[in-house]
Design a protein around this ligand. Structure first.
Ligand code: FAD
Ligand code: UDP
Length: 367
């Protein structure tokens, strides 16, 4: 069997590359996917009660990259959802990220925005170097807020102390000296109006795209001749773990449907210090679906299971660097996506990377 282009993995990285090849180059492309559906981790579906859930955890689209937004908008319309998160701390629900509202609720104060910077400056620890996620939090908000909001959540989520994780993890949560309590401040935000799975189906709807589900690429790749392979699976698996296994953090998602219209005050409530789960998501509050019942999801982080989060520690990065050396030697394999590049990518960054990879390939091979 001969295909000029083969893609491993039908997540957003793989689908974006496949769609571009099929539409812009008008070339056939084979996509090999080991799961029984496309979409990767953004996949959503209707449960037995008819409520739209995100099977691999809550996914909220947000970007400041206009090209990415316009590209995905070819395949879906959006609702104008703006993400809100509350954290349950000392018996109160406080908004995240940290804003003047958060500090006022935590300490029963009435600061205005101009006072917040000074307040946090007094609390912040002065460190010579910011090397870890712990340093990031201590230097921005000080020990008390670190302990109330970041320390235990991070220990639950990653199974290690924030001092073991590089700065990228806690840096995802900004401090805002204003009253903007949205979780993200990006220009474009929303949920695909008919869900992510539908958006992905639309991306894959080109007749040039052939999809093989339920197939690990290793079962079949020896039988296929190709010019270029785009690989979006785990990189250590590609190389048969020759430099050892990369660590990924996994999550057990526990779904529950309750017989009432509404479950909690916000779409996502974080529990830094209580319970074994990190957060509860109520899907209807993201998707704006109307239904008499509501489905929630509790997230229990764990080390075994599907690889969801690359593990940002020094040790893991050192192992990844060994694989990177191998990757550089490949002539006709391009590695992209969260698993192949071992990066804590959001959806928009994955699509951006796939669009850039496509342009490079187009210029190099189709010039
Ligand atoms: P994936 O979606 O993982 O796709 C890779 C595909 O390759 C999978 O379908 C897999 O089955 C397949 N595959 C793997 N190995 C093989 C093999 N051997 N053979 C064949 N196929 C294979 N991003 C946001 O922007 N906003 C959010 O709110 C958000 N929330 C998230 C919540 C959670 C719990 C997680 C885990 C991620 C979240 N993300 C979020 C990140 C988002 O999921 C990723 O950026 C995006 O899905 C990555 O796409 P990908 O194609 O690189 O990888
Ligand atoms: N985090 C935290 N407390 C919170 C929320 C987040 O300590 O209430 C930390 C935690 O280490 C987490 C990281 O910030 O892994 C990034 O949070 P984000 O909400 O971006 O996580 P994701 O949605 O990617 O799981």
């Amino acid at each position: 069997m001969k295909f000029k282009y083969v893609v491993v993995g039908a997540g957003l990285a793989g689908l974006t590359v496949a769609e571009r090849i099929a539409s812009e180059l008008d070339e056939k492309v084979l996509v090999i996917e080991k799961r029984n559906h496309i979409g990767g981790n953004v996949y959503d579906s209707y449960n037995e009660d008819g409520i739209l859930i995100h099977n691999y955890g809550p996914h909220i689209f947000h970007t400041s990259d206009r090209d990415v937004y316009l590209y995905l908008s070819r395949f879906t319309q959006w609702n104008d959802y703006q993400h809100k998160v509350l954290a349950y701390v000392d018996g109160n629900l406080v908004p995240l990220p940290i804003t003047v509202e958060t500090v006022n609720k935590l300490y029963n104060l009435n600061l205005d925005c101009s006072q917040l910077e000074g307040f946090l400056k007094d609390k912040a620890e002065k460190l010579d170097e910011i090397k870890t996620s712990r340093d990031v939090a201590l230097s921005k908000v000080g020990r008390d807020i670190y302990e109330k909001i970041f320390e235990n959540y991070t220990k639950k989520q990653w199974g290690v102390d924030p001092a073991e994780l590089d700065t990228s993890v806690i840096s995802r949560i900004p401090v805002r000296y204003n009253r903007d309590t949205r979780y993200f401040a990006d220009r474009y935000q929303g949920m695909p109006r008919h869900g992510y799975a539908r958006m992905c189906e639309n991306m894959a709807a080109n007749k040039n795209i052939k999809i093989m589900l339920n197939t690990d690429y290793k079962e079949i790749i020896g039988l296929i001749e190709y010019d270029i392979l785009f690989y979006t699976g785990p990189v250590d698996y590609f190389y048969d773990y020759k430099h050892g296994r990369l660590s990924y953090r996994s999550i057990r998602f526990e779904f529950e449907t309750v017989d009432k219209e509404e479950y909690q005050e916000a779409p996502v409530v974080n529990y830094p210090n209580d319970y074994d789960f990190t957060r509860i998501t109520e899907f209807k509050k993201l998707t704006w679906q109307k239904h008499g019942k509501t489905t929630i999801c509790k997230e229990y982080p764990c080390s075994e299971g599907e690889p969801y989060y690359p593990f940002p520690t020094k040790e893991c990065k050192a192992v990844y660097a060994l694989y990177e050396e191998e990757m550089k030697k490949e002539r006709n394999v391009i590695f992209l996506g969260r698993l192949a590049e071992y990066r804590y990518y959001n959806m928009d960054a994955v699509v951006r990377r796939a669009l850039d990879v496509f342009e490079e390939v187009k210029n190099r091979y189709e010039g």
